[in-house]
Design a protein around this ligand. Structure first.
Ligand SMILES: C[S@@+](CC[C@H](N)C(=O)[O-])C[C@H]1O[C@@H](n2cnc3c(N)ncnc32)[C@H](O)[C@@H]1O
Length: 313
């Protein structure tokens, strides 16, 4: 199901904005309407090597009581990463369980292991760009379905892949694209309000330089029929089809925009090359730009075409 290399980086001297945000949301969960001793069940989907777990443990380093009330569940394709997650959990003192599997089997695995458990926190961090587009509607509905009515779903991703660290075939979503698709998802569940998608750029996050975004889904805001819509297979397919149409629209627009930009930049490149240039840096940047657009174009083109024929997650 994956697009390309699925790497999960761990770099202990960096603390990313996303982990601070998860820490704050977890803190808020504890602050609001919890009885003493209530545990937060936190499902980290595509958890990688457990960076979020480690960072949230750090966030609560001065609050051993809250930290001891976090129960972490990591899910990832890569079993070696999960061994690291279990080691980390041991070191941080946070209770953890991990399961290795494909996203397509997430529902099955969770229903088998925890038939009646709904999670107070469900996180998906730096994953969306690795997934084929047709998986996204089913993934969104699963994240919401496994979230406790008083909990939150937290999704974060980068908007751009650094040129120097290519992930061929990866599709980072823009803030605008994710906004239109999430609104359509919520609309199909009967919610008429806007879901704020928060952008992060260089200024807001001095450590991680990539532009990024995050949003949270809160089941408490949704009408009660949501659960029937997400559990009944026919209704769920209808919701997912609506979302797939929104994805197709957003990415067809992106293809048209990239196509125009490639033509414009290729013309400029030709002019500079034939006319000579006194700026080697300018030429290099222009070539780099065209190269990035070509990568992006083919990744999106392949995915948009497979959206219609795509199998369910
Ligand atoms: C870029 S890493 C992000 C890891 C982690 N969330 C973080 O922020 O450090 C993406 C992770 O998604 C996992 N992954 C990608 N596609 C998957 C799939 N189809 N099923 C399960 N895991 C998947 C990879 O194994 C990898 O650990």
């Amino acid at each position: 199901m994956n697009i390309d290399n699925k790497t999960a980086i761990r770099c202990k001297n960096r603390s990313y904005v996303q982990h601070q945000l998860i820490g704050k949301s977890v803190d808020y969960w504890f602050d609001t309407n919890r009885g003493d001793g209530d545990e937060l069940h936190w499902l980290d989907v595509c958890c990688g090597r457990g960076v979020a777990l480690e960072e949230v443990a750090d966030y609560f380093s001065a609050d051993a009581e809250r930290r001891s009330r976090i129960h972490y569940y990591g899910y990832d394709l890569n079993a070696d990463y999960l061994t690291e997650v279990n080691d980390l959990a041991g070191k941080t003192g946070i209770k953890a369980e991990t399961h290795s599997g494909e996203l397509a089997d997430l529902r099955l695995v969770l229903n088998n292991h925890y038939p009646s458990l709904r999670f107070g926190a469900v996180t998906l961090v730096n994953v969306l760009h690795e997934l084929p587009l047709h998986c996204v509607p089913y993934l969104l509905s699963d994240l919401l379905l496994f979230c406790d009515p008083s909990g939150f779903v937290f999704v974060f991703d980068i908007e751009r892949i650094p040129f120097e660290e290519p992930e061929y075939g990866a599709i980072p979503w823009t803030h605008k694209e994710v906004g239109s698709v999430v609104s359509e998802f919520y609309g199909s569940l009967g919610y008429s309000g806007q879901v704020p998608i928060r952008p992060y750029g260089k200024n807001q996050n001095s450590i991680s330089k990539q532009p990024a975004w995050h949003f949270e889904l809160r089941p408490a805001l949704l009408p009660v029929e949501t659960w029937t819509r997400l559990t009944d297979d026919k209704q769920r397919d209808e919701v997912c089809n609506t979302v797939a149409v929104a994805i197709e629209k957003a990415f067809n627009q992106r293809l048209a925009d990239i196509d125009k930009a490639i033509q414009r930049n290729a013309r400029e490149l030709r002019d500079v090359e034939t006319g000579g240039t006194d700026s080697e840096i300018g030429l290099r940047e222009l070539r780099k730009f065209v190269d990035m657009q070509l990568r992006d174009f083919w990744a999106c083109y392949r995915e948009v075409r497979s959206l219609r024929s795509g199998e369910a997650l």
